[in-house]
Design a protein around this ligand. Structure first.
Ligand code: AMP
Length: 381
């Protein structure tokens, strides 16, 4: 039986391990928490992510290593990669965990990104306002997630407050992108450079946290082709193996990359029920050199994140076609503790099911935001 070592034991590792069980692949997770949420479905090795002794255990137990979040230090993974395959390659992690490196890397491939510049000194903030205009965004180069470590500069007078908040942390300034919508794209690539691409997904964020994903997103052939080209170019340039998620802005009918995540991604959770082969299964297939699975959608899917606390289960379970994914994490404000999906064969059915789900989840007001997006799917396939 194949065994995959996962650095990190959160919900992404948990869903990888669950997909692995069906394929006869066992997962072992390395995580410092006493009981990370992947521990109920995978063997748990307790240790820090950079604990070389714990990493040695992974080498003994597993044939390949992967990771479930991008803030793992590159050094220990590079060390690990001398003794066993680490997939995706640590280089992809190094690029994705530093926003400046990431923007440089992507723009060198002639793929559009928001105009940006490095912020190392107080005067760089003034230079950013001069060059990028207002508003613009200041983001820490590292360790930002779910909108954390970000500030919007609305006027020049905000520079001092942002500089104080940064406390010397290296950052970048990004031009404000007046995007029409946020999309994401998930590509899986194996060591033979075979690829599969999931359909474009439309995402809605609330306070920097993904609220829902709708898949497939309404898109014409030109937009799909643009997405496909940039995904393949990025994955090839990184010599990538595994699932790569690409967050995009759509503006004026074209795409711009916001960021990449070298791992399975929240905007791909819909693929568990909504695609023929999920992102989790395809990631495992890629890293263990098994043939890739079909990434096409079965129909239409809405994925709604459960953030903070669970809505009443009975009401959720009364919704037609609902799938509940409980990560067994304790409730805490702003924490992703589960997700819900509804799938449908037609746009009309998706509309009915989604509306019922939003009501049961205590989020009926979201319908106003979702309805036009579902409507845009009419006449598409
Ligand atoms: P990030 O952590 O970079 O993914 O940013 C979190 C969210 O902030 C994104 O999903 C967007 O909604 C918004 N955002 C990030 N960068 C920009 C930008 N350059 N212009 C406008 N909105 C942005």
């Amino acid at each position: 039986m194949k065994r995959v070592g996962i650095v990190g034991g959160g919900q992404l590792a948990r869903m990888l391990a669950m997909a692995g069980r069906r394929l006869g692949i066992r997962c072992e997770v390395l995580d410092p928490a006493e009981r990370p949420c992947a521990a109920s479905v995978a063997r748990h090795l307790r240790g820090d992510f950079d604990d070389l002794q714990a990493l040695d255990h992974l080498v003994e137990d597993c044939s390949v290593a992967t990771f479930d979040f991008e803030n793992v230090a590159v050094g220990p993974l590079a060390h690990l990669s001398q003794r066993m395959p680490v997939r995706p390659p640590p280089k992809a992690l190094a690029v994705a965990q530093d926003r400046l490196e990431e923007k440089r890397f992507i723009s060198e491939l002639n793929i559009p990104v928001a105009d940006f510049l490095a912020i190392d000194r107080r005067e760089d903030l003034d230079a950013a306002v001069d060059r990028l205009g207002l508003p613009c965004l200041i983001k820490t180069r590292r360790f930002g997630y779910d909108g954390k470590g970000q500030w919007k500069l609305r006027e020049r007078a905000d520079c001092d407050a942002v500089w104080n908040a940064l406390q010397g942390t290296p950052a970048i300034a990004e031009a404000w992108v007046p995007f029409k919508r946020e999309l994401s794209l998930i590509v899986v690539r194996d060591a033979r450079a075979d690829h599969r691409l999931y359909p474009l997904t439309e995402n809605h964020h609330v306070e920097g946290i993904l609220c829902y994903s709708l898949a497939p997103a309404a898109a014409d052939d030109a937009l799909r082709l643009e997405a496909e080209r940039l995904a393949f170019r990025l994955a090839d340039a990184l010599d990538y193996v595994g699932v790569l998620a690409i967050e995009l802005f759509e503006m004026d009918g074209h795409l711009m990359v916001n960021e990449i995540a070298p791992r399975v991604h929240n905007s791909g959770h819909w693929t568990i029920e909504g695609a023929h082969c999920s992102q989790f299964e395809n990631h495992l297939r890629a890293v263990t050199d098994l043939p890739l699975g079909d990434a096409s959608a079965r129909g239409y899917t809405l994925m709604l994140n459960v953030v903070g606390q669970w809505p009443q289960r009975e009401a959720l379970l009364a919704c037609a076609g609902v799938n509940i994914h409980d990560y067994e994490k304790s409730a805490r404000e702003g924490r992703k503790i589960g997700h819900l999906t509804v799938c449908a064969d037609s746009v009309e059915e998706l509309a009915l099911r989604s509306r019922a789900l939003l009501t049961a989840a205590g989020r009926p007001a979201l319908w106003e935001n979702l309805q036009p997006r579902i409507k845009a799917l009419q006449g598409q396939r």
